[in-house]
Design a protein around this ligand. Structure first.
Ligand code: MN
Length: 603
């Protein structure tokens, strides 16, 4: 008996999300679509996940336009997206009317297959999205976000699969975002699912720990119907097993995919060249990283964490953060680590390490999580932490979106004439700040994608400082903007500080480096360093989302005075002492650095 295994290639979504921080541009996708369309893939994953955010935030592309262009260029292949259930493509729960509108528009613009997951595996958060996909006449795929913990048993996953089947899904995906599956665990899980439910089973395994292709083979032997792969030039590591390899592995067997290996290899060569263009986004952690079998950190999260750490010169603390992540996860009742819980756990772990004290700062998202506002935690949360985080505030046990009023009309009104279509309103709904900025810049004709750096052996070189008086050039990327930095001199070390004289884009600056990530710039009206007991500062670089106090206000110790955003997470910054606000040095939208005085309070 032969059973053809069907294939989804992830090259246009998850592969570059996992390896290149989601930066592939539409212009590098369209030229190869003709060939991709001829392969005979069951589907191409092209949209959703982090691509929507990356389009609007960094690439300054309209994600809806990308989808329409891909649809036109790929007329014979199903297009697939990854949807975060009630979170859609954002980081919070949306009201049901927004979920229905978003799914309907994604379907109209070209999506045929919706892979729908919830970060908590709380199926209540999938229901409305599944209903909307079925209403649009499209394929609804229910997802198990795979993880391991004392509470994640095969029986629990089978129960979840049955609940999703009852909601009307067309197929089921095992989504192993972190590369945690092992071959025999895969075999057992697929066997159990296939005997309990009568639906095609898809395997989405990341190759982070080098086990992806073995897991896929064991899954196939256990009865799985479908595998997700990535074209070889964007495969393996935190991405997926290589398409060519899996096609070759199954060729001539009872599971032959029937795909044309030569054609796929031509596509592989094309992306081999494309990948070089994005070299600046390659993670420090390329290749196989078996630590994932302990820390459970998914591929996309590792590359984002590495980028964030690199940005503040704290890449040396990566190991500490990776060790703290499982501890935070246990405190929160073992959520799988996938957006948005990966950011919630990752950022809290980050704060716990950088602040030098666990839960000294608790992010707003962790507070909401502990209130039940993302859904039900898989296991028990640490009650002491919950008490510390939310005090006597209410914990909810209903589906979180049940508490949300319809919000589409309000969003439409808020964005007004900047939105030229319902799709624009939905872009704004996903990302109120960067979405609005995108629509404003589009209206003004000033959209400009982040700069791509030349190859390291080109003009931008990163050589060690040669000595005083010898300018040394660097190209530095900060939050998607590139700066040309010339080091013109280095001062002597003193007080544990060191002075560097540089020019940034031609402007002279003096920078004083202090131990571990704290710095003050000597020019440009920068803020002074915190020292007094009433000085309010942050432990992470970020942006000011809101200023809650003004000069003259009387505040209590522990009262929130600012809201900052770092790594897509919002955090309240509290008054260290009771007193009167003497000065406020920041406004909404300001960029701030650790240790700077943002607000001064006089006790
Ligand atoms: Mn994935």
């Amino acid at each position: 008996m032969s059973k053809k295994i069907t294939v989804t290639d992830t090259v246009l979504r998850d592969a570059h999300q996992s390896l290149l921080a989601t930066r592939m541009r539409t212009e590098d996708m369209l030229p190869i679509c003709d060939k991709l369309d001829r392969v005979g893939y069951w589907s191409l994953e092209v949209w959703g996940g982090a691509t929507f955010d990356a389009c609007v935030r960094f690439l300054k592309e309209d994600p809806w336009e990308r989808l329409r262009q891909l649809k036109a260029a790929l007329p014979n292949t199903r297009l697939q997206m990854l949807l975060r259930g009630q979170n859609l493509l954002g980081y919070r729960h949306y009201s049901d009317d927004v979920v229905r509108a978003f799914v309907a528009k994604a379907a109209v613009n070209g999506i045929d297959v919706f892979r729908i997951f919830d970060a908590m595996n709380d199926v209540r958060n999938l229901r409305v999205a599944i209903e909307a996909v079925k209403a649009a006449g499209k394929h609804a795929q229910g997802t198990i976000a795979y993880t391991t913990s004392p509470v994640h048993t095969i029986d629990a996953f089978v129960e979840q699969a049955k609940a999703m089947q009852a909601m009307g899904i067309d197929s089921i995906a095992i989504k192993d975002m972190a590369g945690l599956l092992t071959p025999y665990a895969t075999f057992a899980l697929v066997k159990a699912l296939k005997s309990a439910i009568d639906l095609p089973v898809f395997i989405h395994s990341h190759d982070t720990a080098g086990l992806g292709s073995m897991c896929q083979l064991k899954a196939i032997e256990a009865g799985a119907d479908h595998i997700d792969t990535a074209i070889s030039s964007l495969a393996w590591g935190t991405s997926h097993p290589g398409t060519e390899s899996m096609v070759a592995a199954l060729k001539g067997s009872e599971y032959d995919t029937g795909l044309d290996l030569e054609l796929i290899q031509e596509i592989g060569m094309y992306f081999h060249a494309v990948r070089k263009k994005y070299h600046q986004f390659e993670s420090e952690f390329t290749g196989v990283d078996t630590r994932v079998q302990v820390n459970q950190v998914p591929g996309g999260m590792i590359s984002n964490l590495a980028n964030q750490l690199k940005e503040q010169g704290a890449l040396n603390r990566m190991n500490e953060v990776l060790e703290e992540i499982p501890r935070v996860r246990a405190d929160l009742g073992f959520p799988p680590l996938v957006t948005p819980t990966s950011q919630i756990v990752g950022t809290q772990a980050f704060f716990n390490v950088l602040a030098g004290e666990r839960y000294k700062t608790i992010t707003n998202e962790v507070k909401l999580y502990l209130q039940g506002r993302y859904g039900k935690a898989p296991g028990k949360v640490d009650e002491q932490l919950r008490k510390q985080a939310i005090g006597s505030e209410e914990v909810i046990d209903v589906r979180p979106a049940d508490l949300l009023k319809p919000e589409l009309a309000r969003l439409r009104e808020e964005i007004g004439s900047l939105a030229k279509s319902e799709e624009d309103v939905l872009t704004f709904a996903m990302f109120p700040d960067i979405g609005r900025k995108f629509l404003e810049e589009r209206a003004a004709g000033t959209l400009k994608p982040e700069a791509l750096l030349p190859m390291p052996n080109g003009q931008g070189k990163a050589a060690p400082v040669g000595g005083e008086g010898v300018p040394t050039e660097f190209v530095v990327d900060v939050h998607g903007e590139s700066y040309r930095v010339d080091i013109t001199g280095v001062g002597v070390k003193g007080d544990g500080k060191r002075h560097f004289y540089l020019s940034i884009d031609g402007m002279p600056e003096e920078v004083v480096f202090e131990p571990l990530n704290e710095f003050v710039a000597g020019s440009g009206g920068k803020r002074k360093q915190a020292g007094a007991p009433g000085d309010v500062s942050t432990t992470m670089p970020g942006n000011i989302v809101d200023v809650l106090v003004k000069q003259g206000d009387v505040v209590k110790a522990g009262q929130a005075v600012l809201i900052t955003e770092a790594m897509k997470m919002e955090t309240e910054v509290q008054a260290p002492i009771a007193g009167t606000v003497k000065a406020v040095h920041v406004a909404k939208g300001d960029r701030v650095n650790p240790g700077e005085v943002l607000v001064e309070i006089e006790g």
